[in-house]
Design a protein around this ligand. Structure first.
Ligand SMILES: [Zn+2]
Length: 117
């Protein structure tokens, strides 16, 4: 009887520990993803500027543009990798309210925010 109670307590503790670990892992992934998104936005901005310069001045640096496209592709791949690992380890979580959702949901069932792909 006592053993059963202890076992129940232990499994509740394990679940709580796992939840905490998941929450920490998840917040790290969110930080990582936010960093990647900001780098990606910067690369898109620079690509836009390079294209603009090319259109206005008629001078285009294919080397610069190709370099930026390569960088954007790398960043997008890194972003997909973070998204995949978050989904693999933690299931699907809403970036706005943190509510877990099921695979294939487009909008959060709790707050209605658009979920990451
Ligand atoms: Zn939500």
């Amino acid at each position: 009887m006592l053993d059963e109670a202890m076992e129940g307590l232990r499994s509740a503790f394990d679940t709580a520990t796992k939840r905490t670990a998941d929450a920490i892992g998840n917040s790290r992934s969110y930080v990582e993803r936010a960093k990647l998104r900001s780098k990606l936005n910067e690369a898109y901005r620079m690509l836009g500027m390079a294209e603009y310069e090319a259109a206005v001045n008629g001078v285009s640096s294919m080397e610069q543009i190709n370099g930026l496209i390569g960088r954007i592709t790398d960043l997008r791949n890194a972003m997909s990798e973070v998204n995949r690992s978050m989904q693999r380890v933690h299931g699907f979580y809403c970036p706005k309210c943190g509510r877990e959702s099921t695979a294939g949901d487009i909008y959060c069932p709790a707050c209605g925010a658009k979920l990451p792909e």
